[in-house]
Design a protein around this ligand. Structure first.
Ligand code: FES
Length: 154
């Protein structure tokens, strides 16, 4: 069940939407900010609030890469695997992250600190290869630079 705070935040966002369903991503973002990810129960609750079916909300959540439908670590590493980043060394960086975090893509490190997810273009192709950690975008990555960046996230 959505908390009072979640409902209030969603209601405030919906004030700016011409139709409730136009605020679907924003509503999911509110739930994720409170809980870290969006469970099936969260999808059902958002659907009821917006007058949508759970399947409709789930299709939005699944399409939108920044909504997580499973538990994640304290920080999420989104490594771009699109063309510019792939050309500029994506595979090398992916191998480095897999080894450093001890996970395959989609996995969470044993200490619960990081979840590693490949992601489509982050819009920073001129700074490829790029990744995001939570809301921060980083470009011109090297393995050493990744090590230095990850140290900033306890
Ligand atoms: S291809 Fe990686 S940021 Fe665009």
């Amino acid at each position: 069940m959505l908390s009072v705070e979640e409902k209030q935040e969603i209601a405030k966002m919906l004030e700016a939407c011409p139709m409730p369903r136009a605020g679907c991503i924003e509503a999911l973002t509110v739930v994720q900010r409170h809980r870290g990810w969006v469970s099936d129960e969260g999808v059902i609750d958002v659907a009821a609030l917006l007058g949508m079916t759970p399947a409709e909300v789930d299709s939005v959540a699944t399409f939108y890469n920044f909504i997580f439908r499973g538990p994640v670590g304290r920080h999420v590493v989104l490594l771009c695997d699109s063309i510019s980043c792939w050309v500029m060394g994506y595979e090398n960086l992916l191998d480095h992250l897999k080894t450093k975090l001890g996970v395959e893509p989609g996995g969470t490190s044993a200490d619960g600190r990081f979840t590693l997810l490949p992601n489509v273009c982050l819009g920073a192709c001129d700074e490829a290869p790029a990744m995001m950690v939570d809301d921060e975008l980083y470009g011109r990555l090297t393995p050493a630079k990744i090590d230095e960046i990850l140290e900033r996230y306890p």
